[in-house]
Design a protein. Sequence first.
Length: 462
Amino acid sequence: MLKVFSPFDSQLIKEIPLQNIKDVEKALENAYALSKDNSNWLPRWQRIEILERVVSIMESRIEKLTNIAVEEGGKPYMDSKIEVNRAIVGVKIAIEQISQLAGEQIPMGQTSSSENRLAFTIREPIGVVVSISAFNHPLNLIVHQTVTAIAAGAPVIIKPALTTPLTCIEFMKILYEAGLPSEWCQCIICGDEDAEKLATDSRVNYLSFIGSAKVGWYLRSKLSPGTRCALEHGGVAPVIVEPDADIDELLPAILKGGMYHAGQVCVSVQKVFIHEDIIAHVSKSFAEMANKLIVGDPLLKDTEVGPIILNKELDRVDQWVKEAVEMGGELLTGGMRISNSCYQPTVILNPSHNAKVSMLEVFGPVVCLYSYKDIDEAIRIANSLPTAFQASVFTKNIDKAMGAVAMFNASAVMINDHTAFRVDWMPFGGRDLSGIGIGGIPYTIKEMTREKLIVIKSKQIQ
């Protein structure tokens, strides 16, 4: 049995059966049989009707979905409720995209050998999709990794994080209640070894993985030939703050971007490079704001920062902060446990570039501030790491902003906004060590289909 605990107070929430390799095999058999029998594929109109009912059911259960996610995931109530509403919008986006799953016409007749031909493509489901999800957005990520496949017409097997499986199970119930045959979206709750066998099986056509780079790249190396994949890992989310930036606007933005869900987001603000002319004022103000954040029980509606998902991760964050201070970083605020599960929002000024907080993804409520004189040098330092995800620059100078866009090694650059900004219809994904493939609901749906070319030859075609 799998025991699901609250990350805040370690109370047992529920025990659920842990599935094994036989369950994995059965799920793969079901999904593979569906993918090969196109006479039983779900037509577009039926997918639309099912997902429309999903939206209706979710809208009637916002409070229930919010509380389940808060209790098992630890993200504060106010943010979890936003996530639930965002997930509903995600399903709506998927519905809209079903009608856009069209191919294209290929021009013919441009050479003598292509005369009297008409050519066009159509889009078909890619086949079996396996999705392995993460804990930090227990509903929205599940939507991104299952509803996209359903919209594309592909059978999907979802493996949620073992720390947050209950939200996924609840969403599966909603899918089935809305009329989706259970074989089209199966949930497997299993250990790592069985999850590896699930992901690397030769019947899998597409793997969607959200989690650590170590696990993601390992799985990619084991994929069956022909299996396509999208891997979403983390980064260190650098920010540049120029002297002309609007301080009153950037402070709350960076604070939210760094401390949202206790920093447990793949694009959380982590490294903020602030020009030397304003570093004293900005660092003092930012630390004061971080110190005022309400930390504690995520079920309380005024809590702004909740717990770290696992005690061992809290230990790691604490060790990294202590190392940064020992190596010369100035602790402006935080740096201490509040309880067995919560960590003070922490701000460190000018930690060594060799400290772990400067080199690796913290995945905790820790923001590092660095003084710089030359923007090119600051971006060079930001680019020196193997990770590359979202970055941002705060300035009123459009030339400097676009110069930073050109220089950053990043998949996305925000101008006058924090690095964690995202809407679900935009492309999203890391590059280099941070991942491969493009997320975002419209882009994922397209990735979960493949094109088939049709060429018609007739003397009647001009």
